[in-house]
Design a protein around this ligand. Structure first.
Ligand code: BES
Ligand code: MN
Ligand code: ZN
Length: 499
């Protein structure tokens, strides 16, 4: 695997060593003096203050390796906890190392005591902190690369982390692969990852990881009455489908549902060109569900996990579904189409209803780049979270905090449902401009049968946009947002069970 993460490294086998410091510079000075007088001079002169995302590269000809990177982990703040600041410190070092073609192998040393301090602050073990730093390291070292590209982007071939155990590295590689898979799906050009291609991609993954896979095609969807997926998919020459992946590690079931619109042109309610330019990323919700099940399977988590990914292209054509059409969903609900560009909720609705009915899930979690309104509300630094269940909501908030993937809960008050009323069907698929992220969630709520349910609108965070999210472990393009939160949540579900 490219850019593999491991615990420890040999100084004479790496091209550069990076030291991650917190902003308590005095202690660091003592430490670095023992390492390199050149590096110590940089600190003495005040050229490096170990602020967040602050880095320097110094050359010490007497040392092996001669390249020394100093990277800051900042100081206390309300916005980033100690673990997240260390992730930023590690990731910034990698970002700098990647800017030098000569650096292929990197050793990272997190200054003594920082891991312990972060673990104490977060109330977790040091081994978990190390694992998280290793995941961040791999995320910072990611590049999407089209096959056969002449000059692929520069990535490090090896990253060794100190302190670190091989156990932590093994878990980190599992989680990091989930993030990579999610990013690869999100970043793929839309025609390279259309519904057929995504099915093939999922089949290869399932084969490699020993996951169960079932794919429902047009005929199956017709038999089942999945009118949402069928309607949205009708405008494309590539037929829609519902991919179902299964990992069997235990008795209790968690269902992960992800929106995969491999390209969202808007349908007959066509998007303007500028908005359409980002819509290959409309498959990022499905990508997260797939990435999460990959990581969970590699971690051998003691749960049954079912990932349900409705996959469509939303295109205008002579066969497209139309505004004012009335369609019938898997659970029998009829929907008047107010706007063909509100397609995500239609495909999710069928998948959610199917998950609720067939799998007896303890929890259903969905991910979707669902609304521009979620971006207007929270910008590019937090996902909008919705839930019909207080317990589940609290746990996801905790998991997201641990993962460094902020969520902010918005309400599902009954009054918002009024905006969805239709004269000719059970509901409309749109509720007007006000509270657009909430009315979309209210629509989804009709399809989960009161099962504990979490909806994450990741429209603002699923890929790096003009205004964020900005983290040194997001090199650009798809972020894989939600994979790590899901892993933390699944671990949390199991640990609280035992009490
Ligand atoms: N995929 C879009 C939502 C989106 C827009 C995500 C911009 C990220 C950035 C979704 O399918 C959509 O088009 N939603 C409409 C809903 C509206 C028609 C009610 C939107 O948000 O404008
Ligand atoms: Mn749309
Ligand atoms: Zn969409």
């Amino acid at each position: 695997m490219r850019g593999s993460i491991r615990s420890g490294f040999k100084p004479d086998e790496v091209d550069a060593v990076a030291y991650v410091f917190s902003a308590e510079i005095e202690k660091s000075l003592e430490r670095i003096r023992g390492v390199s007088r050149v590096a110590a001079k940089v600190l003495e002169l005040g050229d490096f203050r170990a602020g967040l995302e602050e880095t320097v590269l110094v050359y010490d000809p007497g040392k092996k390796p001669p390249r020394i990177i100093l990277s800051g982990a900042g100081s206390r703040s309300d916005w980033l906890d100690a673990v997240e600041r260390l992730r930023v410190g590690v990731a910034s070092a990698i970002k700098l190392a990647r800017s030098r073609k000569q650096v292929k192998k990197l050793g990272i040393i997190v200054s003594e005591g920082l891991v312990e301090a972060a673990a104490a602050e977060a109330g977790v073990g040091t081994d978990w902190v190390v694992e998280q730093l290793m995941v961040a390291a791999d995320m910072a070292n990611y590049a999407y690369s089209l096959r056969g590209r002449e000059e692929p982007p520069h990535v490090l071939t090896e990253i060794g982390v100190v302190p670190g155990t091989e156990d932590a590295a093994e878990r980190a590689r599992a989680i990091a692969e989930g993030v990579r898979v999610a990013r690869d799906i999100g970043n793929a050009p839309p025609s390279d990852m259309n519904p057929v291609r995504l099915e093939h991609f999922a089949r290869e993954l399932a084969e490699r990881l020993g996951l169960g896979i079932r794919v429902l095609h047009r005929g199956d969807l017709e038999t089942l009455g999945m009118g949402g997926i069928l309607a949205v998919g009708r405008g494309s020459d590539v037929e829609p489908r519902l991919i179902i992946l299964e990992y069997n590690g235990g008795d209790e079931t968690v269902a992960l549902v992800g929106k995969a619109v491999t390209f969202d042109a808007g349908g007959l309610d066509l998007k303007p060109p500028q908005s359409m330019l980002e819509m290959k990323y409309d498959k990022c919700g499905g990508a997260t569900a797939i990435g999460a099940i990959v990581a969970a399977a590699r971690l051998k988590l003691p749960l049954r996990i079912v990932a349900l990914i409705p996959v469509v292209e939303n295109l205008p054509s002579g066969r497209s579904y139309k505004p004012l059409d009335v369609i019938r969903m898997y659970n029998g609900t009829t929907v008047e189409i107010g706007n063909t560009d509100a397609e995500g909720r239609l495909i999710l609705a069928d998948a959610l209803a199917y998950a609720a009915e067939k799998y007896n899930p303890r929890l259903i979690m969905d991910y979707a780049t669902l609304t521009g309104a979620a971006v207007v509300a929270l910008g590019n630094h937090a996902a909008a979270m919705f839930s019909n269940n207080e317990e589940a909501a609290k746990r996801v908030e905790e998991a997201a905090k641990r993962a460094g993937e902020p969520v902010w809960r918005l309400p599902l008050w009954p009054v918002y449902a009024k905006q969805l009323e239709s004269k000719v069907a059970d509901t409309n698929n749109v509720g007007g401009r006000p509270a657009g992220a909430i009315t979309a969630a209210k629509f989804l709520e009709k399809f989960v049968e009161d099962k504990p349910w979490i909806h994450l609108d990741i429209a603002g965070v699923a890929w790096v946009q003009e205004k964020g999210p900005w983290k040194p472990y997001y090199p650009g393009g798809a972020t894989g947002w939600g994979v790590r939160t899901t892993i933390e949540l699944l671990r949390l579900l199991k640990s609280t069970n035992k009490r």
